[in-house]
Design a protein around this ligand. Structure first.
Ligand code: PLP
Length: 399
């Protein structure tokens, strides 16, 4: 992708003359309030994506990131990461289509879903997307019947997917009988992995699978260490150097999602309704906390069927001298599953107030549904002039 070659993207606000993200948020709130159109909205700071990328290349120099598109599939994000040189982990035909439509080349895509519909495999084959994961014999046979050029990466066990170490040997034998190109091992330790020893164990197990594969005649060359990064990189580097030293010639890739986008997005939601529920029991009435006699229930314009299906950081009221009430936050839909937060101690809110949630870029807008036909959150992008000029593809079609 060649930044600078297409018409200027109109949709990114430049952070210049001291303008901050908070200024943009405040001006959007003003605009929406004065238009009486209080929709939820995200403001994204693309500088955070750039910073994450720079941190990655410094801290994990041997590992090439293939961004997990599922985490946040906004074309602006995908295009920027493409301009930064990442590859992409796609889990479906739709994600592959999106990446290709933004100029990503097929060699920079790994189809990393161990269970794939046949017509998605056929689509990948037609587009030259060859590298894909598998974790069972059925999938191996399905892929081989639909995609003659497929290169297979054996997915190791986690909770939902993956072959156990003992079944890996049998699968490799079957692949050898079928004459298939098994080129590597993939694993995903799970999201938000804070125990770096989990990575170490998975890397060591992968070495074992590489050795099994070698004894069966495979020349494996790819290790995919999945997603789940939280910044505990040292153990990963040491484990890679121990089990897959540079001289091994093995190409190391990863599938980070949250790492790149979480901190870049702030979500603003509006309080659309409220209810005061008086506590009736004796037990509750002798509560010495402030606001003991009632629970406040608030309804906001985004919820678990929208952008808040995963837990987000709601603003903290610690330090506020105002009286705090035990509060519950509900999403806007009619389903009682749509409870966003409870046991939340905050000063009383008014209908029309806005709440801001930082670190809202991962598994939020990519999971959003249209349930009850509430509007999805609007998205506003911003970047410093430097980030914009260097890394944003010039097109009007992004959003
Ligand atoms: N790779 C696979 C196979 C996944 O299932 C996921 C998340 O579900 C990821 C990568 C991305 O994980 P994260 O966003 O935690 O980095």
């Amino acid at each position: 992708m060649m930044p600078g070659s297409l018409p200027v993207n109109q949709n990114i606000e430049i952070l210049e003359n001291g303008k901050t993200i908070r200024d943009i948020i405040d001006s959007k709130i003003k605009e929406l309030d004065s238009a009486e159109n209080q929709q939820p909205f995200f403001v994204a700071n693309l500088d955070c994506v750039l910073k994450a990328h720079l941190r990655w290349t410094k801290n994990l120099p041997r590992v090439k990131p293939f961004y997990a598109v599922k985490c946040n599939d906004k074309p602006t994000v995908v295009s920027m990461l493409s301009a930064l040189g990442t590859g992409f982990d796609c889990a479906s035909k739709g994600e592959i289509q999106l990446a290709l439509s933004l100029g990503v080349t097929p060699d920079k895509i790994i189809y990393a879903n161990p269970t794939k519909p046949s017509y998605h495999i056929k689509y990948a084959a037609s587009q030259g997307v060859d590298t894909m994961t598998f974790d069972n014999e059925e999938e191996l046979l399905k892929i081989s019947s639909l995609h003659a050029q497929a290169k297979y990466s054996l997915k190791k066990l986690n909770l939902k997917f993956g072959a156990t170490l003992s079944s890996a040997g049998k699968l490799l034998e079957r692949a050898a009988q079928l004459g298939l190109q098994v080129i590597g091992v993939s694993f995903h330790v799970g999201c938000l992995c804070t125990d770096s020893l989990t990575f170490k164990r998975a890397i060591a197990d992968s070495r074992h699978v590489f050795d099994m594969a070698k004894s069966l005649g495979f020349k494996m060359s790819l290790l995919d260490i999945g997603g789940g990064f939280t910044g505990t990189d040292q153990v990963i580097n040491e484990s890679l150097d121990e089990f897959f030293p540079s001289e091994s010639g093995v190409r190391i890739i990863a599938e980070p999602g949250r790492y790149f986008v979480e901190s870049a997005f702030t979500l603003a939601v509006n309080v659309i309704a409220k209810k005061t529920v008086m506590n009736e029991t004796e037990e509750n009435s002798d509560n010495t906390e402030s606001g003991p006699d009632r629970t406040m229930e608030y309804y906001i314009n985004d919820g678990v069927f929208g952008s808040i299906s995963s837990v987000l950081n709601f603003p903290d009221a610690v330090g506020s001298s105002e009286l705090k009430y035990k509060s519950v936050i509900w999403g806007p839909t009619c389903d009682c599953i749509d409870k966003v937060l409870e046991n939340y101690w905050i000063p009383e809110l008014r209908v029309g107030d806005w709440l801001l949630m930082d670190n809202a870029g991962a598994y939020t807008l990519s999971i959003c549904s249209d349930f009850n036909n509430f509007e999805r959150a609007l998205i506003y992008f911003s970047a410093s002039a430097d980030t914009y000029n260097r890394f944003m593809p010039r097109t009007n079609s992004l959003h």
